[in-house]
Design a protein around this ligand. Structure first.
Ligand code: PLP
Ligand code: TYF
Length: 395
């Protein structure tokens, strides 16, 4: 049977990670896969995470299944992160949440639910994270793309975005990224979030927000401002939330699916459907990462320690952005890439061709995906002059 299969190419980002590891050259730079790194190129376990794990190890008495919803304390904490004060929704029974294997698990539930709602087409930003399109395709739904950013200015092209979405049909789905857009680093303004929410309501489009970098742009509160206003207007909506980056829990697969409906009856029905989708795929979510997050957020001292470390990571990335933008402006003699300094989070895109990225890798050991996306956290201050020099050759 298996002879009929042809091997697929490896995931472009994960493939790059392996290629970098296998590169034996002394000078090499990894700006590929999106994981946070410190200045020594290491992805550390956050100190609050290590402490929470010690507490869990000491206190846990069983490994029995937690049940389909996973960890209720974790879910409640993520509800507050996403919705702010969510008490009115909880009181009315309109909010549901479920622990998932990473943000990807939550996206999987959301796109699966879209399918059950009769969605035929899901709108994705152009560009977006390649896993979005893979997931939508794999679920058997069609993809449509909305314009997102203007590469010349490095900002959102909101007029084109709204023009694209004027072609949506009632009952289409849309995925909208929260803070720190992957791969552009270009985020919507608060007013744009509001306008976009009104459009989805007016046109009967079913939204899912994908929040994977909470706290990486400007701070835990400011990062959610736009998304929270969106969710106040688009009251029939879903959210996928990932703790992979902001808690550094990548391999623990820690995420949350959230949904709000107009009525309690509808919210309860949503819960049964997402539980059914999870049961027929991965069955139940992993417990460890969610327990870590719940332990940290439930303990004022651990929470403060985590927030301080998160702030340190964010400040480091902001500093690297500014340094790279300055170096690129200096090396190219053009202001075109100055906007990098104003973009958010772990990623930005530089305007180079896929061939150029291949040449950067082969000739200079500079690893970035064909899209020209750079992982800001993969930079080191001491490498920036050299990296800017290599990039300038292709800009
Ligand atoms: N959504 C976006 C845009 C991402 O970049 C990521 C990446 O890590 C995720 C979702 C979810 O990741 P994970 O499943 O590792 O939590
Ligand atoms: O965009 C990134 O690099 C991260 C990590 O299949 C990632 O989101 C990349 C590819 C993938 C899963 C995670």
């Amino acid at each position: 049977a298996f002879e009929s299969l042809n091997a697929l190419p490896s995931d472009s980002l994960l493939g790059l990670m392996t290629a970098y590891r296998e590169d034996t050259r002394a000078e090499k730079f990894d700006l590929g896969v999106g994981v946070y790194k410190d200045d020594s190129g290491h992805t550390p376990i956050m100190s609050a995470v290590a402490k929470a794990e010690a507490v869990i190890l000491e206190q846990q008495t069983t490994k029995v299944y937690e049940g389909p919803r996973g960890n209720p304390d974790f879910c409640a904490a993520i509800e507050r992160f996403v919705f702010g004060d969510s008490s009115h929704l909880i009181e009315k029974g309109r909010l549901i949440s479920m622990t998932t294997p990473g943000g990807c698990g939550a996206l999987y539930l959301g796109v699966g639910l879209m399918k059950r709602l009769g969605v035929k087409t899901v709108w994705l930003s152009r560009p977006t994270w390649p896993n979005h399109s893979n997931l939508v395709k794999n679920t058997g739904l069609a993809i449509a793309e909305y314009d997102y950013a203007n590469p010349e200015t490095g900002t959102v092209d909101f007029e084109s975005l709204m023009a694209s979405l004027s072609r949506t049909k009632r009952g289409d789905g849309i995925i909208i990224q929260g803070p720190c857009h992957n791969p552009t680093g270009i985020d919507l303004s608060v007013q744009q979030w509001i306008d976009l929410a009104m459009l989805t309501v007016e046109r009967g489009v079913i939204p899912m927000l994908d929040i994977a970098y909470h706290g990486f742009a400007g701070g835990l509160e400011t990062d959610m401002e736009g998304a929270r206003l969106f969710l106040k207007i688009a009251e029939d909506s879903m959210v996928s939330y990932s703790c992979s980056k902001n808690f550094g829990l990548y391999r623990e697969r820690t995420g949350c699916f959230l949904g709000q409906a107009y009525t309690k009856r509808a919210a309860e029905a949503v819960m049964t459907h997402v539980a059914d989708i999870s049961r027929t795929s991965y069955s139940m979510p992993p417990a460890h990462g969610a327990a870590i997050v719940a332990t940290i957020l439930g303990d004022p001292a651990l929470r403060a320690e985590w927030e301080a470390e998160l702030t340190g990571m964010r400040d480091r990335m902001i500093g690297l952005r500014k340094a790279l933008a300055d170096a690129l402006v200096a090396k190219t003699g053009s202001n075109r890439l100055a906007a990098l300094a104003d973009q958010n989070g772990m990623f930005s895109q530089i305007p180079v061709t896929p061939e150029a990225t291949k040449d950067m890798r082969e000739t200079h050991g500079l690893y970035l995906p064909a899209s020209g996306r750079i992982n800001i956290a993969g930079l080191r201050q001491t490498d920036i002059p050299r990296i800017a020099e290599i990039m300038a050759e292709y800009l």
